[in-house]
Design a protein around this ligand. Structure first.
Ligand code: PLP
Length: 260
């Protein structure tokens, strides 16, 4: 069994975070190892508060899991503050250099209410982006962390950057993978699904699972993006433009058994 380490936050409303990550990893036939860096208070009405888990506690959990055996990929989601971000970076540095690490920055919540502390974007760029096999910002996150320039993340040491087009406008949703001077565009139809929770977590967790199975970065991004689009098609159009955010229909799609 391929093992995927998940570092992030617990969302008790089930729309995002470690619960979704673990579901996605299981649907991609890998074993999820979730380590909570934070618990959160939130519902479909919005994000209320984030409570950091003491590093001495989650680091012990992490070391216990690593003592069980190797991990084949890592996905990092919500990080409650810059001090914990630096601890995460230190812990990741201790993993074998070949371990794929997907860093999904979380600075705001689809349901509203989660605003990262002011020092978090700069801390991402300085400490965590350099550890990334793949950094996966949407446009607002790219702006906050890298001034809107994917090349800044590459200069900071990320091996690759997937800039997600979900927050842009237009008939297509274009995700762009930047690696060195290469640029691969994944163009998909923009679906009228309205606000959907957990899409960023889902994409990054699916990519991490594909990488754990040995897929190339390009194939993992393509496969995971196509799989997320399938989930969104099953969800169907939003009732109205101001409809409340919805959850992804994991129970209504088959596991992702395809080869990437
Ligand atoms: N809560 C947790 C624990 C998360 O990890 C995230 C995103 O990663 C969110 C909330 C926000 O998710 P969304 O914007 O998809 O609602």
């Amino acid at each position: 069994m391929r093992r995927v380490l998940l570092l992030g936050g617990i969302d008790p409303s089930g729309g995002a975070g470690l619960t979704v990550d673990a579901t996605v990893v299981a649907m991609h036939h890998a074993e999820a190892l979730p380590i909570a860096l934070a618990t959160t208070e939130q519902s479909l009405a919005g994000f209320r508060r984030c409570h950091a888990v003491a590093p001495e506690h989650w680091c012990r959990a992490l070391h216990a899991v690593l003592a069980d055996g190797p991990v084949h990929a890592v996905k990092v989601g919500l990080i409650p503050d810059a001090a914990i971000l630096r601890t995460v970076a230190r812990e990741l540095a201790a993993l074998p250099a070949s371990t794929p690490i997907v860093i999904d920055p979380v600075l705001s919540a689809t349901a509203g209410g989660l605003l990262a502390t002011p020092e978090l974007p700069a801390a991402y760029l300085e400490h965590l982006v350099p550890k990334a096999t793949l950094f996966t910002p949407n446009h607002p996150e790219l702006l906050a962390v890298c001034g809107g320039e994917a090349t800044r993340a590459l200069q900071a040491g990320a091996k690759a950057v997937l800039v997600k087009g979900g927050h842009a406008e237009g008939a297509t949703c274009d995700d762009v993978l930047h690696r060195g001077k290469d640029r691969i565009e994944f163009r998909r139809e923009r679906l009228p699904v309205g606000r959907v929770r957990g899409t960023g977590c889902t994409l990054a967790a699916a990519i991490a699972a594909r990488l754990a199975h040995g897929a190339s970065l390009g194939d993992a991004c393509r496969f995971a993006g196509d799989w997320l689009a399938q989930l969104l098609r099953v969800l169907g159009p939003a009732a109205s433009t101001d409809a409340p955010p919805r959850l992804l229909p994991f129970g209504r799609v088959p596991p992702a058994i395809g080869r990437s």
